[in-house]
Design a protein around this ligand. Sequence first.
Ligand code: NDP
Length: 290
Amino acid sequence: MARIIDGKAFAARLRAAIAAEVAVLPFKPGLAVVLVGDDPASQLYVANKARQTVEAGMRSFEHRLPARASQAELLDLVRRLNADPAVHGILVQLPLPPPLAAAEVIAAISPEKDVDGLTVVNAGRLATGLPGLVPCTPLGCLLLLEEVLPEMAGCHAVVIGRSNLVGKPVAQLLLQRDCTVTLAHSRTRDLPGLCRQADILVAAAGRPEMVKGDWVKPGAAVIDVGINRVAGAAGKARLVGDVEFASAAPVAGWITPVPGGVGPMTIACLLRNTLTAAKNQEAARVGEPG
Ligand code: NDP
């Protein structure tokens, strides 16, 4: 039976460590979160981010724009936040309501403040092994894996999903840890057979309970990124991952639950990125000619 990777407890420890570091800084890191429209799930995420930012001793700036906001208004806000020295991190909550174009908005964020790690500069830095800001959920996956598998070199890691937000950066991080990485997607042939070869299996497909127990190599570390809302008993919605926990847990060596696995790590890593960004920007400011 797999040991459970407790992401909730790990994230709480990480947040406490961040708060302790923030408390002794001579400045306050600031995170600006931009929310466009009134999508209830996005509102909940933004509220959680703001609360945890303040709890970590940082400043939280919330900017809400109506769903009818124009691309130009949104770009103008991002540019103002880029220029604001109290703001060290900028996060634009995705998805944006149509017809707003996320790619142009992300490209407008200064790479030094891109705490979501989504700009081409930070993606390129990750791909070429340079230090930069790494997307939060992939960073959370890596920190959890490092805790249970201190030595990953030579492991075969299969990552299901190739999005810029999750799959690709997870694959890059595992490659940096000397794993042999296979990136699977919707056109992959014999996905179950491929997964059975994985010492590390990261599922980020957004397909409820797709990965069954007989896809899992005995003893493998399974990281379930999926967050899917499905109808449960008596029509009540419940959250499930991309892995069928009941059949996978008896086979795996380690497994993250949903909820309580990768999910809580995402905001904790956002705070970590904000702290990193703030320290870098303040150090650069000190080094600037007066
Ligand atoms: P996307 O929809 O952007 O990407 C999904 C990826 O999975 C695509 O690359 C797609 O392949 C692949 N895929 C879809 N169906 C299959 C299939 N049947 N077999 C193999 N591959 C498949 O999703 P995200 O990357 O943004 O998110 C993935 C999951 O992670 C979602 O459930 C999301 O809710 C969750 N998530 C959780 C977070 C957290 O905090 N825990 C944060 C972010 C996301 P193709 O490219 O060929 O279409």
